[in-house]
Design a protein around this ligand. Sequence first.
Ligand SMILES: N[C@@H](CCC(=O)N[C@@H](CS)C(=O)NCC(=O)O)C(=O)O
Length: 130
Amino acid sequence: MADLQIIGGSPSNFVWVTRILCTEKGVPYQHVQALPHTPEVDAIHPFGKIPVMRHGDVTLCESRAICRYIDSVFDGPSLMPSEPVIIAASSERTSPKRLSVTMTSNCFGLRISCIAQLSARMCSSLTSGA
Ligand SMILES: N[C@@H](CCC(=O)N[C@@H](CS)C(=O)NCC(=O)O)C(=O)O
């Protein structure tokens, strides 16, 4: 299968969400550092936002669309909800408007906690040499 590229700078929570999904699912990917509104990002996202994704001939923008694509196309545990009510509730919680209204929403907390857990896991695998 073609190499999967997640394109976007490390500080972005939205980039982290797509990288966390790959890690949790066991999907290998190449992380390409790129800032918003740079040519490689503008080529894929009409508003130049990160993350964007490249997988062979497939290019995608928007973290939720990227997560849904990776979850569907690659082997591994299914990490995106499939029940209509849960899909709707998760879309509501991850909508940019809701995120910008309250920085302490459950969703934002979840993102931070995912990042913290992933960082802890990465650190422990680095120190154990795994
Ligand atoms: N709805 C987008 C939001 C992505 C987003 O806002 N990314 C920020 C970085 S964290 C960005 O690219 N900002 C530049 C801009 O808004 O012009 C997604 O889920 O991917």
